[in-house]
Write a protein that binds this ligand. Structure first.
Ligand code: C5P
Length: 294
């Protein structure tokens, strides 16, 4: 095999509840996470030795500061395969958005190397390897709708998000995750998050009800000045609910009506450059099927 390309979807937090701390400087969380149709493309080619990472995005690190690079190191360490990889990342997911673009790349690298080198680890094993490089990576491999707890290590089933349209808006300034958690510690808990009610509404395929329970406890702590205006614009244009994702700064709105979602995109584009129209998907990072010849 001379190359493998993986499609790696971004994620949104349909809800985020901070439940405590783990004693190692991390916060424990209870989240409903959803992969969405905004995709990174990760292409991996074999190399005799060394890991070489390149991308269309100039701003991402090309060395072990990048989780995708570290994912490749973990793969070679664990498998004992003495070879290398050429990794090309076509970035679409904004950075510092709370959409786990970097973790999607790491997930993509693991899935691609598993196919390229024929290790056939399977999803569980790849998720375990992913957990060694970043807390969001295991979910980015499994994908779909999941309840994720701990620091990302506990992944539980969740009723699938009903079909809907998602309008995602990334303001020009991102949010640093450590800063958001530090602010949270100062502010304390203030927003009740009813994860159970969100899951129940999704089990009944009631997107209107579910959207009302999409709440992110880090919203104030992220201190992104654009969160409120984006939410207001989404709700004014017909969103059933709107919330920030992860530790910010992207904000999404849920629509059951296609034309309203389109109108919301147009309205937001007046003020913001990065606006996406997406939908929930049921998969995580996965190998593209080669095009059939003839
Ligand atoms: O996971 P990531 O490396 O992006 O996290 C950066 C920092 O954010 C951590 O070092 C920690 O201070 C904070 N954090 C946290 N709890 C989490 C995730 C991140 O406190 N669950």
């Amino acid at each position: 095999m001379d190359k493998v390309t993986v499609t790696a979807p971004a994620k949104l937090n349909l809800s985020l509840d901070v439940t405590g701390t783990d004693g190692r400087g991390y916060h424990t969380l209870d989240m409903i996470m959803q992969t969405v149709s905004v995709y990174e493309k990760v292409t991996v080619m074999p190399r005799q030795e060394g890991i070489v990472l390149s991308s269309n995005a100039k701003y991402i690190p090309r060395d072990s500061k990048n989780v995708a690079f570290r994912a490749a190191e973990v793969f070679f360490d664990h498998s004992g395969i003495s070879a290398g990889a050429d990794i090309y990342i076509r970035k679409k997911v904004p950075i510092k958005a709370g959409m786990a673009g970097g973790s999607a790349d790491a997930a993509g690298v693991l899935v691609a190397l598993d196919r390229l080198y024929g290790t056939v680890y399977g999803t569980e094993k790849l998720m375990e390897l992913g957990g060694r490089v970043g807390s969001d990576v295991p979910f980015m491999i499994s994908g779909g709708t999941k309840r994720v707890q701990g620091t990302g290590d506990v992944i539980l089933p969740c009723p699938a998000m009903p079909r809907c349209h998602l309008v995602i808006c990334m303001p020009s300034r991102g949010v640093s995750t450590p800063a958001a958690f530090m602010n949270f510690d100062r502010l304390g808990k203030e927003v009740p998050v009813d994860t159970r009610a969100l899951m129940d509404a999704m089990a009944r395929k009631d997107i209107r009800k579910a959207a009302l329970f999409m709440v992110n406890e880090l919203e104030e702590a992220a201190r992104s000045p654009d969160t409120r205006p984006i939410k207001e614009k989404l709700l004014a244009t017909g969103a059933l609910g709107a919330a920030m994702t992860g530790s910010g700064a992207a904000v999404f709105g849920v629509f059951d009506d296609d034309s309203l979602a389109q109108k919301a995109v147009e309205a937001l584009k007046e003020d913001y450059r990065s606006v996406y129209l997406a939908h929930p998907v049921s998969f995580g990072a996965r190998v593209d099927r080669p095009l059939r010849k003839g």
